[in-house]
Design a binder for this molecule. Structure first.
Ligand code: SAH
Length: 482
């Protein structure tokens, strides 16, 4: 007998999985339902709100039996904010879920039976790990200036100066900016009327560097010997603040700078001009109020200069572990030519360069390529070349016209994965090893499958939890030529 689930039906089911958006997924009579705020292991009662042919959505009515992995969320606004989809799941439960997600993708999409998967590497303290935060400002209904996060996918701001994923210094920065706005009558931006001045603040921290900020200098001696100026009086981290404004100049900027400089580690203060009606946060022009416009961070013994606009991994501690896996997988002995596709500001390229003969990076964003070159220089690394352009154009061209070759190819593409032209050229170049770093297990599995059909085999894969409390998971995988 066929059984149909319809809108407004009340169903009872056990949640088995979590969607990308963090909804619980369960089946009622074989029909898949997505239910917000339900977790794997929960037995729930829910009301169907939308029924499509093969799946539907339901609203949680009651948790009949809670999952053994349920915990009290640390953050008071975890549910409305929606930024942390997994806060109600114990960290152990989160890691189990993430490992399963990678394993499932490799078996179901990649077609690998029994994939060689290492246990996921988690964090000891899975909070306060983000080195980047962007807070919007607004006036609350009762007229106060508030800052926080957009609720779910909406544009109303939930007041929350204290995000438990962010650096505690963020709260101090927000406090100073808000107090300065109150003192001089400076208005937060209003999206609807396109009036007011202060749109967002972008805060970045560089956690492990001995660069002494305003008082010190980077002393770069030779490629192997980066001398830094230790400064015991200040914490070993730097703070960068960039205020995004709907206007051409920032009034009372001296007063703002003076306030922010009371915060230890303050290294760079700037403002960004964005007068467009847009939800893109940063405009193109940045003006410095204090410092040289960037901060530095360190991964392993490589130092990186990061400007406000550049892509940079948000979790330094875990990035170090991810890159260590990538480095190990690359199996470098000093004689290899390496191509690093989707290289950003050269983070992986420089990490590999000291153990390779040569590293060639390819990156689509021109500004990031400039950062990559500057970072090579800053670290005294001379065996890298960076090409600005799309990987699917640069690599085939370099291979067919310039005879480029590779012993190792590293890729770290955005969520959509590598384009067919990239995968095809990799197969033609036939490097010994390919190291695939990915933030999306589905496209990772899809691309590995294509490469393995063409004479490669999957040797090892290492998931690293770069985004605790969220559904994200990063993986490094090694495939070798058969
Ligand atoms: N490997 C770097 C960056 C990874 S993020 C790191 O670990 O920090 C992915 C990068 O790919 C971004 O810098 C993005 O600008 C770049 N990118 C996106 N599409 C691209 C394409 N088609 N060709 C080359 N680079 C691309």
């Amino acid at each position: 007998m066929e059984f149909f689930i319809e809108k407004n039906d009340i169903v009872e089911l056990t949640i088995e999985d979590i969607s990308e958006a963090g909804e619980g997924i369960g089946r009622a009579d074989g029909y898949t339902l997505f239910i917000k705020d339900a977790l794997p292991g929960d037995r729930v009662r829910a009301k169907v709100t939308k029924a499509k042919e093969s799946y539907g959505y339901a609203r949680l009515q009651q948790i009949l039996k809670p999952s053994p992995d349920r915990v009290e969320p640390v953050c008071p606004v975890a549910a409305p904010c929606g930024g942390c989809q997994l806060q109600a799941l114990s960290y152990e439960g989160q890691l189990k879920f993430k490992e399963r997600k990678v394993a499932n993708a490799l078996t179901r999409i990649g077609g690998f039976t029994d994939p060689p998967l290492e246990p996921v590497i988690g964090m000891e303290y899975p909070f306060e790990y983000r080195n980047k935060a962007q807070y919007p400002f607004a006036r609350s209904r009762d007229g106060r200036i508030i800052s926080g996060f957009y609720a779910g996918r909406t544009h109303s701001i939930i007041e929350s100066p204290r995000c438990c994923l962010g650096d505690p210094v963020n709260e101090k920065v927000l406090h100073e900016i808000t107090a300065w706005m109150e003192q001089y009558g400076i208005e937060p931006y209003n999206e609807e009327s396109h009036t007011g001045l202060i749109r967002h603040v972008l805060i970045r921290t560089g956690e492990r560097t001995d660069y002494a900020g305003d008082k010190g200098e980077n002393i770069l001696t030779s490629s192997q010997d980066v001398q830094t100026v230790p400064n015991d009086a200040e914490p070993a981290r730097q703070v960068m603040v960039c205020v995004v404004i709907n206007g051409l100049r920032l009034p009372r900027s001296g007063e703002l700078t003076a306030r922010l400089l009371q915060i230890p580690g303050m290294t760079s203060i700037s403002y960004n001009i964005n007068t467009e009606r847009t939800n893109v946060i940063l405009g193109s022009e940045i003006r410095s109020l204090y410092g040289n416009g960037f901060i530095t961070d360190r991964i392993g013994d490589i130092r990186y200069q990061i400007s406000p606009q550049s892509f940079y991994q948000v979790n330094r501690e875990q990035t170090e572990k991810l890159y260590a896996a990538a480095l190990e997988y690359a199996g470098l002995t000093g004689t290899e030519t390496v191509w690093d596709l989707y290289c950003g500001i050269g983070t992986i390229s420089l990490f590999l360069a000291r153990q390779a003969k040569k590293v060639c990076g390819v990156e689509a964003v021109t500004a990031a390529v400039e950062d990559a070159r500057a970072n090579a220089l800053m670290n005294g690394i001379t065996n890298t070349d960076f090409y600005a352009g799309r990987a699917e154009e640069v690599l085939p061209e370099m291979y067919s016209k310039k005879g480029a070759r590779a012993d190792v190819i590293v890729v770290d593409p955005p969520r959509k994965g590598c384009s067919p032209a990239v995968l095809e050229t990799i197969s033609q170049m036939a490097p010994e090893r390919v190291v695939y770093v990915s933030c999306n297990p589905s496209t990772l599995a899809r691309d590995l499958k294509i490469l393995c059909e063409n004479s490669y085999e999957l040797r090892q894969a290492q998931p690293v939890d770069m985004f605790p409390q969220t559904t994200g998971i990063e993986t490094a995988a090694l495939i070798c030529r058969k």
